[in-house]
Design a protein around this ligand. Structure first.
Ligand SMILES: [Cu+2]
Length: 239
């Protein structure tokens, strides 16, 4: 495909309405290192209403090269870092421990493109850990990292969305990895922005997924040689 047939797709994900205040998570194990509470990670919204950690993907759109990478998931200060990332299918995930305590990293495939996900938007059952109600499918890996500076490698062979948790008594630890079949995927930054380059010109379906806010699907039209800008809005008043 010549470069004349591609364009850029950029945009921002926003939340309309007052974001709910999520509660701090109590720490029952390793308090000496992790503290008595840990901040909630499930919804990070800037004062301007920008949504961080939203997954963006043109699922089903091929065309560019999908080259496996080496991604990193750190266990640092009793949290998974980064909280959300996307990696091409076939990539290697380096799981690290930067803490002097035991962490484990257990990855399950979860369904993220079907309608049950929408239930999470309502915040039913209060504001505690809505992502916990994501239905776990296959268990993909479960590794233990007892030592500081330890590293292990995991191959990401199956496409889909992986929910990560730590079963070393750290129930607040949670993260997501999108294992992508399309090169056109990203995660929003602290200003809610994303940028996809080299997208084939034409109409596509843009999937936006956020663990707390749920799924948005929007048609987009990418024009060759141009930058198409979109604004995606989760409206709390709709729910
Ligand atoms: Cu842990």
């Amino acid at each position: 495909m010549g470069s004349a047939n591609v364009g850029a797709l950029t945009g921002v994900v926003k939340l309309k309405g007052t974001p709910p205040k999520l509660t701090y998570q109590p720490v029952s194990r390793d308090q000496a290192f992790c503290g008595k509470t840990q901040p909630p990670q499930a919804l990070v919204v800037s004062p301007a209403g920008a949504v961080r950690h939203a997954l963006i993907a043109l699922e089903g759109v091929a065309g560019g090269s999908l080259t496996p990478k080496r991604g990193v998931l750190d266990n640092r200060n009793c949290q998974f870092v980064p909280h959300v990332q996307t990696l091409p299918v076939g990539s290697t995930l380096v799981v690290k421990n930067s803490d002097p305590i035991l962490h484990t990293t257990h990855g399950h495939l979860v369904e993220y493109r079907s309608s049950p996900e929408r239930a999470h938007r309502h915040g039913e059952g209060g504001m505690e850990n809505p992502h916990r109600r994501l239905k776990h499918q296959e268990s993909l890996f479960n590794v233990a990292l007892p030592f500081k500076a330890q590293e292990l490698e995991v191959r990401l062979k199956k496409p889909g969305l992986i929910h990560l948790m730590c079963e070393a008594g750290h129930g607040w630890m949670s993260a997501y990895i999108h294992v992508s079949e399309t090169p056109y995927a990203g995660v929003t930054d602290p200003e809610g922005r994303f940028r996809l380059e080299g997208v084939p010109a034409g109409e596509h379906e843009l999937t936006v997924w956020h663990e707390y806010l749920g799924l948005l699907v929007q048609k987009v039209k990418v024009v060759a040689g141009k930058e198409t800008r979109v604004t995606l809005v989760y409206n709390l008043a709709d729910h």
